[in-house]
Design a protein around this ligand. Sequence first.
Ligand code: SAM
Ligand code: CA
Length: 246
Amino acid sequence: MATNQTEQPQALRHQEVGHKSLLQSDALYQYILETSVYPREPQAMKELREITANHPWNLMTTSADEGQFLGMLLKLINAKNTMEIGVFTGYSLLATALALPEDGKILAMDINRENYEIGLPVIQKAGVAHKIEFKEGPALPVLDQMLEDGKYHGTYDFIFVDADKDNYINYHKRLLDLVKVGGLIGYDNTLWNGSVVAPADAPMRKYVRYYRDFVIELNKALAADPRIEICQLPVGDGITLCRRIS
Ligand code: SAM
Ligand code: CA
């Protein structure tokens, strides 16, 4: 394992290896990327991934293997009406837009339009921008407005939550009304850099420490929620799928 890693030029190695993968070996993760992910990655996603790699906050992007997983999942459930909270430059958004049918829809929300606009030309070139409605601003008030309107209850096939981890519980309270019975909510980063199992006094980057307790509380709350079935997958930084059952 060590030999393989040291022989591999740094540029070829996934920038998030060791941060986002739960696999014990970086080489094994690299193997998955090079064997099954990169060769099948749509050209537009590759382009957006490369553009995002130059962004100072590139650590926030969805990894290519998770993008592939999302695309497969959306097709399996025949998703048509979807929502994404936390867009950044749009890698998961593009994976979603490519997986939806021509008349599919994504309500995409982020407090930062600038980063969305970095990826937008790639999304437009891929011919899927018409599926996206982007709303700039905090997501919570938008959800409250939708609930108040009354016409959005039980209308979403899939909702991907990848934004402010300290609000996931607040999102969950609202999203459970907005997703269809039988529909899915995916909460991203539920293993939070592995910090969910770290001792409280372990050294951690500041932002990891800040959000850690929120993620731990979310995981407990989801596991105890009788309105959903759950499945926490070690893909990316951990994604918990919640299927609404009542
Ligand atoms: N899914 C994205 C991708 O594939 O690149 C990554 C999203 S990034 C991890 C988190 C995003 O959440 C940031 O772009 C940030 O601006 C956004 N965000 C933070 N707080 C938010 C809020 N209250 N409402 C909506 N978006 C928010
Ligand atoms: Ca994420």
